[in-house]
Design a protein around this ligand. Structure first.
Ligand code: UDP
Ligand code: MG
Length: 321
């Protein structure tokens, strides 16, 4: 049987031809990798020249492997696929755009070897638009309050995991994967390193606003049932206030004036809008969970592999994931 590499690095990419040469150069200039490290580049349905670039890179450096998904399944699915194929004693996940530094990865690897199963990066400072930073910060605060399991606040998917942690993560059954949530859910011996997150080295972000919103919804609904209970509490509170308000008006009318016309029109409209809005919001929350259940019960795989090419073992598999 083939010996496991000491370190496998999983990097998902979607149309990153502008970035991949910079990534290659940067990895080449980073000291501290073990002799037998390997790199698993997961193409998440790339349609530009990035796959061709990786193919030529592999021919020169057989430690580089290509895992090509059959179409774009999304970043989390691509990470999941990469983790399933990564066979290292330690497995790391990072982005292709050099927002995650290879030097930090080496630091994580050293920390991991000193006896940790999970080492993840915490973003102390982040570059990029104020709006985006605000969104991230608000999301993590809400997520931190709502999640019912331990949470790695302000951390993305950039991390290092031991074989044990990787196997454990891979064995989790859900189809909709919020990898950073699953990673904290498994527990084990965990620590973090603080990082500054620079802007991407080249190219455009592949995470648009709606993709980020979907990620946030998946994160919240897969790790918390509190929004549902919150909905119930809110509904209960509103009912009580409605009863209170009704009684108040009744008593007021009985004591002061039985013939009040309809001066409360504004109040009515405001209440009507507010209550309808609340009902819609609660339906939306229910819908999110329903969608999650719907996706899970279908039991479709998270991704489909078109091919896995490993020139070190000269194998090319065309298999389903
Ligand atoms: N990515 C991917 N599939 C997608 C979207 C993104 O594999 O559907 C990859 C992308 O190529 C990059 C990483 O995921 O390597 C992070 O994406 P990006 O840098 O665009 O997101 P951001 O850092 O802007 O949140
Ligand atoms: Mg990025």
């Amino acid at each position: 049987m083939k010996k496991r590499p000491s370190l496998s690095i999983v990097i998902p990419f979607l149309n990153e031809e502008a970035v991949l040469p910079l990534l290659r150069e940067r990895l080449g200039n980073t000291a501290g990798f073990p002799e037998d490290w390997s790199l698993i580049l997961v193409s998440d349905g790339s349609t530009d020249g990035s796959v061709e670039y990786v193919e030529s890179w592999m021919r020169e450096q057989p430690r580089v492997k290509l895992l090509e998904l059959s179409r774009n399944f999304g970043h989390q699915a691509a990470v999941t696929a990469g983790l399933a194929f990564a066979d290292g004693e330690y497995v790391a996940v990072m982005d292709a755009d050099l927002q995650d530094s290879p030097d930090t990865l080496i630091e994580m690897y050293e920390i991991g070897k000193s006896g940790f199963d999970v080492v993840y990066a915490v973003r102390e400072a982040r570059e990029g638009s104020l709006f985006r930073r605000l969104c991230y910060s608000v999301f993590y605060r809400i997520y931190g309050r709502l999640a019912e399991t331990p949470v790695h606040l302000d951390s993305g998917d950039f991390c290092l995991m031991s074989r044990k942690a990787t196997d454990c993560l891979n064995s989790l059954p859900e189809t909709v994967r919020f990898v950073r949530g699953l990673r904290s859910w498994i527990g084990l011996k965990t620590t973090s390193v603080a990082v500054r997150r620079p802007d991407r080295a080249a190219g455009e972000s592949k995470y648009g606003f709606w993709k980020l919103m979907r990620l946030a919804a998946a994160g919240l609904t897969s790790f918390s049932t509190r929004p549902l209970r919150l909905a119930m509490a809110l509904g209960f509170g509103l009912c009580l206030s409605a009863i209170g308000l009704g009684l108040f008006y009744l008593i007021k009318a009985l004591i002061f004036d039985l013939h009040t016309a309809a001066p409360g029109f504004a109040t009515l409209v405001v209440l009507l809008l507010f209550l309808n809005g609340t009902v819609m919001l609660l339906l939306g929350i229910l819908g999110e969970y329903l969608a999650q259940i719907f996706l899970e019960v279908k039991r479709r795989p998270t991704y489909v592999v078109d091919r896995f090419v490993d020139l070190e073992t000269e194998s090319e598999d065309r298999s389903e994931g």
